[in-house]
Design a protein around this ligand. Structure first.
Ligand code: ADP
Ligand code: MG
Length: 250
């Protein structure tokens, strides 16, 4: 369970999170929507203790991430898998070594076991046979899948995916979201997914939060969010309803 209460965080006077309160139930899949710069990435980092809020409370299970000692924070972080907004792959390491990295850092498995596990995770995301390639040899969608395989390498209890579909074509985007669902059923973890693929996210999430200017605008089931008639919600969702917009000259 992740619990954020009244969280504030500014960068150089700009409020990235402005009194945000949000919780994710154990085993739930929370989708996060919101325009660029609304605080989604900051929220992801705060939820796993990578960014400290200026004020507020962040709980993961019964651990207060802000007040806990560094060792306890690291113990919680070891239970979180995070896929960052950019792939953040290690370019000098092969695909399998990228996926093996968290296993080497956080588990006591032997090198042989770790290699086998990394290869298995790659197969889960449809990248069997790509183990020895370098990240630079892969397409954007394939890189995203490596990042996903790495984020869930240790079968983390909490999986946080920050815009895993950014910049992908609609088909690849849905593919990535489907893989997150598949991993969730396998590992039974708590999942937070940020995505600008609004329809895709609404179709996989249990609950959806809409963030705007660091504030929570709406949080509910996809069906309720979809019907929400408030202007600020419609302003965001009506764009999503028109995946193909008629150009002005047509
Ligand atoms: P989103 O992921 O929704 O696009 P972010 O959480 O990345 O939003 O950013 C929210 C706001 O905080 C933006 O105005 C962004 O420029 C600012 N911001 C985020 N991280 C930093 C940082 N490390 N340094 C300076 N400004 C930041
Ligand atoms: Mg972001």
């Amino acid at each position: 369970m992740i619990n954020l209460v009244n969280v504030y965080r500014s960068f150089d006077g700009i409020k990235a999170l402005d009194g945000l309160t949000l919780s994710v139930k154990k085993g739930g899949l929370l989708g996060i929507l919101g325009p660029g710069g609304s605080g989604k990435s900051t929220l992801c980092k705060v939820a796993c203790g990578l960014v400290k809020p200026d004020a507020g409370v962040v709980f993961v299970d019964d651990v207060d991430l802000i007040r806990a000692d560094p060792k306890t924070v690291r113990r919680i972080q070891a239970r979180c898998g995070v896929q960052f907004q950019n792939d953040a792959l290690f370019e000098h390491m092969s695909v399998w070594a990228n996926v093996a990295y968290p296993l080497q850092r956080l588990t006591d498995y032997s090198p042989g076991e770790i290699r086998a596990m990394a290869i298995e995770r790659l197969a889960t995301v449809g990248l069997a046979g790509f183990e020895n390639q370098m990240p630079s040899q892969l397409s954007g969608g394939q890189r995203r899948r490596v990042a996903l395989a790495r984020a869930c390498a240790t079968e983390p209890e909490i999986l946080i995916c920050d815009d895993p579909t950014a910049g992908l074509d609609p088909v690849t985007s849905r593919h990535i979201l489907d893989m997150i669902v598949g991993i969730r059923y396998q590992v039974r973890n708590t999942v937070v997914v940020v995505s600008s693929d609004t329809l895709g996210l609404l179709s996989i999430a249990d609950r959806v939060a809409l963030i705007w200017d660091g504030k929570l605008i709406a949080e509910d089931t996809p069906a309720v969010i979809w019907q929400d008639q408030r202007r600020e919600v419609r302003r965001y969702l009506d764009d999503a309803k028109l995946p193909i917009r008629r150009p002005s000259w047509a």
